[in-house]
Design a protein around this ligand. Structure first.
Ligand code: AQP
Length: 339
């Protein structure tokens, strides 16, 4: 997408501070955020309001929010270029989310795969209404900034479609107000699967020990998890959509997302090699990604005041844009302006 009238197209995305970030979050989201930050006007938030759609311990939530923001910078986001902020610091997110919730048909919300998956893990009594309304909040995040592009893993594509549909509905009812955003998925790594179960998406809130490599895992621990990854009883190393070959496909995908090599080149490199070689190669490239990221992260966490100053600046920049959009949407919907 090219700049229009000298203005760079806008990007918005976020990650929930609902646990420790995984290489799935990195390869599906963070890595492309960093790659596009010079070409677009980028806004990246730590989406704490989304995190509370499942139960969170208050002290943990506060801590994970700071850690996630630090991880954004450690992964390569430059706060002088990208706007980094905490979602709850900009109240317009909650306010527009309510307005959109009131317009969101229940049928659309009930069709969301993430809601079905996450609610299936809870009892009917413990599912909060926020889990169902999650996509309306995500729509508010995106629409407040008139984002053109939303870089995410492909598990979020359905929510992006929902956002477009809701924006269209609003524009149709109340007049042209919101920009329709497009999804941006990485070419490789759009869905990293669990190392212990390669038919399920790798998730930060999944408890099983060998499920995910976390960005703050020690390098030996990360290596160990990859060496233990579930594979199959075949020998050939090639990309495959077959369910029973999902483990090897996942390792190749992680390798490709990090090295940016073509599928053909990777298959040629691993021809005549065994699964042990593949796992070692994946462990090496994951370790070389984690090492500098962790060094920067721990440095940042000791720089007193720096993170707070980044988040304060982010809140001011994001808040100004979000407030203006919210005001316009409120006017369009018929709210009486305060005198
Ligand atoms: N396994 C994955 N592969 C590729 N991308 C992924 N993302 C998440 N998991 C993978 C992308 O990371 C961004 C932030 O996701 P999120 O934290 O907002 O929510 P999520 O998609 O529900 O991520 P998790 O890790 O599974 O969190 P929990 O366990 O809390 O639900 C998004 O761009 C997402 O696509």
């Amino acid at each position: 997408m090219a700049a229009v009238n000298g203005k760079k197209p806008r990007v918005l995305s976020g990650i929930q501070p609902s646990g420790n970030l995984t290489i799935g979050n990195y390869l599906g989201a963070l890595k492309q955020w960093v790659e596009v930050q010079h070409d677009y006007d980028c806004f990246y938030c730590v989406v704490d309001l989304h995190a509370i759609t499942t139960a969170q311990d208050p002290a943990d939530l506060r801590q994970k929010t700071r850690e996630s923001a630090a991880m954004y910078i450690a992964a390569g986001l430059d706060p002088e270029i990208s706007t980094i902020f905490v979602q709850s610091h900009v109240p317009a997110h909650s306010e527009l989310a309510w307005m959109l919730t009131c317009m969101a048909p229940l049928g659309w919300l009930h069709r969301m795969t993430q809601f079905k998956d996450k609610s299936a893990k809870q009892t009917q009594e413990s599912i909060g209404a926020g889990l169902l309304n999650y996509p309306s909040l995500m729509a508010a995040d995106i629409l407040l900034y008139h984002a053109d592009l939303v870089p995410v893993g492909d598990d979020q594509n359905q929510h992006l479609e929902f956002t477009r549909d809701l924006a269209q509905r609003f524009n149709h009812l109340y007049g042209e107000t919101f920009t329709l955003p497009s999804v941006m998925n990485p070419q490789a790594g759009a869905r990293v699967m669990g190392l212990d179960n390669p038919t399920a998406k790798m998730s930060k809130s999944e408890a099983a020990e060998n499920h995910a490599v976390f960005l703050l895992d020690s390098l030996p621990a990360a290596r160990k998890k990859i060496m233990r990854a579930v594979t199959d009883s075949h020998r050939e190393i090639r990309f495959s959509k077959e369910r029973e070959r999902a483990g090897v496909n996942n390792l190749l995908t992680i390798y490709q997302a990090i090295t940016n090599e073509s599928s053909d080149a990777i298959e040629a490199d691993f021809a005549d090699m065994g699964y042990g070689n593949l796992k070692r190669a994946v462990a090496d490239c994951v370790a070389s990604t984690l090492e500098p990221l962790q060094a920067r992260y721990y440095e940042l966490m000791t720089e007193a005041g720096y993170l707070d100053s980044v988040l304060k600046l982010g809140r001011e920049k994001a808040g100004a844009i979000a407030e203006a959009t919210l005001k316009l949407a409120q006017e369009r919907m018929g709210f009486l302006a305060p005198s």
